[in-house]
Design a protein around this ligand. Structure first.
Ligand code: SF4
Length: 181
């Protein structure tokens, strides 16, 4: 059978070493989106769902994100999972500020996104009150499939992000709104 397979002749004008052309944004985006290093900031039950997401059945490693970071300086994706008390707010913000650019944030679950069922004086009603959020994952708790979907949405954002975005006026304005230097 293999003897029947023949190589076609190269069309004239395209001989020589192969090459391809692309944009710097696409290459950098491709590398970044497939090597995300998450920092799991898990304060309550949603964190358990994240543990399942990391385990062998769901296996977040398939997306190049098996290398969790417990130091903000070596992470580029902050995953906030759980209820964030107002007392915890400054700690979360401090962790975010210690992450190097480019950095992204996912709010996993109702509590991180909006305070969830804890509409009380002591609970932060959504982490976007103190840090910018890129993707919100709904649910109480979200299933591992939803967390994976959130990571894939982040991958889409990262893959399409311009390498110049972090220096843009729009981004600087966003940081100013949050009073982050
Ligand atoms: S969203 Fe639900 S499951 Fe997640 S931390 Fe809040 S109460 Fe727990």
């Amino acid at each position: 059978m293999s003897s029947q397979i023949k190589m076609a002749e190269t069309p004239p004008g395209i001989e020589g070493q192969g090459f391809f052309a692309t944009s710097l944004d696409s290459v950098v985006g491709l590398a970044r989106k497939n090597s995300i290093w998450p920092l799991p900031f898990a304060t309550s039950c949603c964190g358990i769902e994240f543990m399942a997401t990391m385990a062998s059945h769901y296996d977040l490693a398939r997306f190049g994100s098996e290398r969790l970071s417990f130091t903000p300086r070596q992470a580029d994706l902050l995953m906030v999972m759980g209820t964030i008390a107002k007392k915890m707010g400054p700690v979360l913000r401090h962790v975010y500020e210690q992450m190097a650019e480019p950095r992204w944030v996912i709010a996993v679950g109702a509590c991180a996104s909006s305070g969830g069922i804890f509409d009380t004086y002591s609970v932060l009603q959504g982490i976007d009150r103190i840090i910018p959020v890129d993707v919100y994952v709904p649910g109480c708790p979200p299933r591992p499939e939803q967390i994976i979907d959130g990571v894939m949405r982040i991958q889409d954002l990262i893959g399409k992000e311009s390498v110049r975005r972090r220096n843009s006026e729009e981004y600087k304005k966003l940081m100013e709104e949050y009073m982050i230097k």
